[in-house]
Design a protein around this ligand. Structure first.
Ligand code: NAD
Length: 487
């Protein structure tokens, strides 16, 4: 059923500890990609709304920073417990608004909870260093202090996990936070913030607003915002980095990707194919760690592609809430059309479709496109160069490992890559020479756990300190050096 405007809910802002249904703002529809059903209307925050959220965050910061860190993390322990109890509801909402399969959504919620668990360790993570007698009778120590109001802007593809790369770490460090999630998927972050409210977070420490460029610009230029965390596409990441830095803020801006999966002839083919299917077509290719270019080396192509085509053709495409679905729809009809246009471009530029996702029929009115594999792709083709962010895998055949390394290192993105091989020397050499921040060895999606950094390079990351892990602690704190002498 396509809902009419009258029975559709408006998503709320959460400012200063209270839920608000703003009136008179421009709105956008949130849709279920599997059916086209309208789930909600999302209001777009005005610069005044942003200013209220930031001022509330600033007032809260002045008190929150004085709460001992051991007490601050008690809120996160309670939050973790609530997330565990509501994990299945969150995953269902996530699938309904994003389209990924329920299994993928549950895995995302698990990662979200792990972020909170790691942030609960802030009493240890925030510790400084000390050394007595750096000169006669003089002691020196460093302490880490929170920086103030931090803001986060997140993408549509991980609405549960990506915001938790940011706010649990920021608030555990003693900062306050304003979150502006993707306007395409506001329902999952709303559930997450409701639970944080239930966990007893003081008013103003976390604020939630919705919207687009106008709200983001208001955050980037607000004098009380000290740090910006961004995750999204490369053009926007570059803009965020430049604008926030020009306004005196520290920035971490994670961008898009074009990830290569290199397969050596000695790879374990059945396991490699399973890993490639998960990497290229999991979450319908809407992952910044998704494999997008497959690089078989030497004789690997024959056995690899035979098996890969068979498995891809057997992948069940449908509503992510239905058991047995292997791949869900794309997030919006516009995005589905955009990905389809890349398939058309691949054909027009001379790539050979081994599987053509356009021919895959699915029932219903959702934004479906089946998985596509192109063989005989050249590095100059559009599908080999641009981020597609959909279930399209391009095969570029090379002769040697050196050729593969050259190909990958010429790519302007540097988010993730993988090598599949039984040869430790080849894996070691690839990991050492490759100019990419996250490397999988026989792992198709090299997603770092919460205690490691999300380490994109080149056009996949703008900034110095990455998301989560120890970098998050450094990003959300300022170091102070104290030298003392007693007479
Ligand atoms: P997007 O760049 O369109 O949007 C991301 C966020 O920026 C949203 O909150 C959106 O409202 C806001 N935004 C969009 N246009 C803006 C503008 N002109 N000015 C200011 N703000 C703007 O990205 P998306 O389509 O939501 O997400 C997909 C992209 O995110 C892909 O490129 C993917 O690779 C990337 N991504 C990267 C990572 C990573 O860790 N590097 C993780 C997840 C997603």
């Amino acid at each position: 059923m396509i809902a009419t405007q009258s029975n559709v809910e408006t998503v709320s802002f959460y400012i200063d500890g209270a839920w608000e249904k703003p009136q008179g703002r421009s709105t956008q529809q949130v849709t279920n990609p599997a059916s086209g059903e309208v789930l909600a209307d999302v209001p777009f925050a005005s610069p005044d709304d942003v200013d209220r959220a930031v001022r509330s965050a600033h007032a809260a910061f002045l008190k929150w920073r004085a709460v001992p860190v051991v007490d601050r993390v008690q809120v996160l322990y309670r939050y973790k417990d609530l997330l565990e109890r509501h994990a299945s509801e969150i995953a269902t909402t996530l699938t309904r608004e994003n389209g990924k399969t329920l299994d993928d959504a549950k895995a995302e919620v698990r990662r979200m909870i792990q972020m909170v668990e790691v942030a609960c360790g802030m009493p240890s993570l925030m510790m400084g260093d000390s050394l007595n007698d750096v000169a006669s009778g003089i002691d020196c120590k460093t302490i880490r202090q929170p920086i103030g109001v931090c803001a986060g802007i997140s993408p549509f593809n991980f609405p549960a996990m990506v915001p938790t790369w940011m706010y649990p770490f920021a608030i555990a460090c003693g900062n306050s936070f304003v979150l502006k999630p993707s306007e395409k998927v506001p329902l999952t972050p709303t559930m997450a913030v409701e639970l944080l409210h239930q966990a007893g977070l003081p008013a103003g420490v976390l604020n939630l607003i919705h919207g687009g460029k106008e709200a983001v610009d208001a955050l980037l230029t607000h004098p009380l915002v000290r740090a910006i965390s961004f995750v999204g596409s490369t053009p926007v990441a570059r803009y965020i980095y430049a604008t926030a830095a020009a306004n005196g803020k520290r920035v971490q801006a994670l961008g898009g990707a074009k990830n290569h999966l290199v397969v050596m002839p000695d790879a374990h083919m059945p396991k490699t194919v399973e890993a490639i299917i998960g990497s290229a077509f999991g979450a319908a290719g809407e992952r910044c760690l998704a494999g997008s270019v497959l690089v078989p080396v030497g004789d690997a192509a024959g056995p690899l592609l035979d098996l890969l085509v068979k498995r891809t053709e057997a992948l069940a495409v449908g509503d992510g809430l239905q058991p047995g679905t292997g791949m869900g729809p794309l997030v919006t009809s516009d995005h589905c059309r955009r990905v389809e246009s890349y398939v058309e471009k691949g054909v027009a530029e001379g790539a050979v479709p081994l599987v053509d996702g356009r021919t895959r029929k699915t029932s219903g009115t959702g934004f479906f496109l089946g998985p596509t594999i192109f063989d005989h792709v050249t590095p100059e083709m559009t599908i080999a160069r641009e981020e597609i962010f959909g279930p399209v895998l391009s095969v570029i055949r090379v002769n040697t490992l050196d050729d593969a390394i050259d190909l990958v290192n010429r790519c302007p993105f540097g988010n993730a890559t993988a090598i599949f091989t039984a040869d430790g020397k080849a894996a070691r050499e690839y990991s050492a020479r490759i100019e990419v921040g996250m490397v999988g060895v026989n792992v198709g999606v090299a997603a770092p756990m919460a205690f490691f950094p999300f380490a994109g390079w080149k056009n996949s990351f703008f900034g110095d300190l990455h998301a989560h892990g120890k970098d998050a602690v450094a990003f959300y704190t300022e170091q102070k050096v104290i030298m003392s002498r007693w007479f």
